[in-house]
Design a binder for this molecule. Structure first.
Ligand code: NDP
Length: 286
């Protein structure tokens, strides 16, 4: 079988192009979407993520407001800053880069973000909206998975989707989104018995385990669609996913690579959430 590689980089570029047009339209109505990013401390990976987010904002014509605070900043100072940004009409999206330093309660900070500005989709109000099918901001990586499937013309309705992982940021929300698309969803985790026999039944596998090359081709049935959310380093320090890519080629009908699959979609969906948030809030002049 000729396995088709799903090109997340090019799908993400396509989305960013569409967003540029939407931002232009919003600007012509006097609304310039703005994203505020709060980074506390010196985590090098977080710094790279924040800088990529700023670049993406610039590219699509949005404003970005950056707050880079020292590691010793108090929780109260961060909460006060979030409150100020909640009130600021130039800011339509607020993102607090996680992880926060250990002396801060992440949940408390997330709860402080106004739900209509919570572009990461982590606020319990947005999580709850997703679970009961109301409108809300959906977290970016799970939304990116669904968008990849849709734009690759992969039907979800009626398909058996097996999600490996049940985290709050990937496994659970992606499962709810698949359910919303009328898939039959099985969620697996570290206590699942006989994972392989569950995986063998899958039409679509979403791997979000955090273990390099965990899902092997031998565990899958032929023609399966494989979406690899994982970002890990292999024994040689090379970037790899939660799926053993090589062993899945010629078994899967479609597969996402790492890097270049789900990764680029996360930032595109973040930009999408900011534009959505701005369009919903409206009313801010340039
Ligand atoms: P977590 O560590 O929070 O969750 C991992 C999940 O995998 C848990 O639910 C855990 O089960 C399950 N698991 C662990 N071991 C096994 C096993 N042997 N068999 C079956 N299930 C198992 O990870 P995240 O969800 O945060 O991230 C998953 C991956 O996705 C990581 O590689 C991460 O780097 C990547 N990621 C990528 C993003 C992107 O932008 N592309 C964004 C976010 C994450 P249990 O609940 O029982 O412990």
């Amino acid at each position: 079988m000729n396995t088709q590689i799903i090109d997340g980089k090019s799908i993400a570029s396509e989305i960013k192009e569409e967003l540029r047009t939407r931002v232009e339209n919003l600007k012509s109505q006097g609304i310039t979407p703005g994203l505020a990013v709060i980074l506390v401390g010196e985590n090098p990976a977080s710094k790279v993520y924040v800088s990529n987010k700023k670049k993406a904002c610039e590219y699509i014509g949005m404003k970005s407001f950056s707050y880079e605070l020292p590691a010793e900043t108090s929780e109260k100072e961060v909460l006060d800053l979030v409150e100020t940004l909640n009130e600021d009409t130039h800011v339509h999206g607020i993102l607090v880069q996680l992880p926060l330093p250990k002396h801060m309660d992440e949940q408390k900070v997330i709860l402080k973000i106004a739900p209509n500005k919570d572009v990461d989709g982590f606020h319990p109000q947005n999580v709850g909206a997703l679970s009961i099918g109301l409108n809300g901001l959906v977290s970016c990586t799970p939304a990116g998975v669904i968008e990849l499937l849709k734009r690759s013309n992969i039907e979800m309705q009626g398909k058996h989707c097996v999600v490996v992982g049940r985290s709050n940021i990937v496994g659970k929300p992606v499962s709810l989104l698949l359910l919303r698309e009328h898939a039959t969803v099985t969620i697996c985790h570290s206590r699942t018995r006989d994972l392989e026999s569950v995986l063998k039944q899958a039409d679509i596998v979403v791997a979000a385990v955090g273990i390099p090359k965990f899902v092997k081709g031998s565990m899958l049935k032929s023609n399966v669609v494989v979406i690899d959310v994982g970002i890990n380093r292999d024994e040689n320090g090379k970037l790899c996913g939660d799926v053993d890519f090589e062993s899945c080629t010629n078994i899967a009908s479609h597969i996402t690579p790492v890097p270049g699959g789900v990764g680029p979609m996360t930032i595109a969906m973040l930009m999408n959430n900011c534009v959505l948030a701005a369009a919903t809030q409206g009313g801010t002049s340039n």
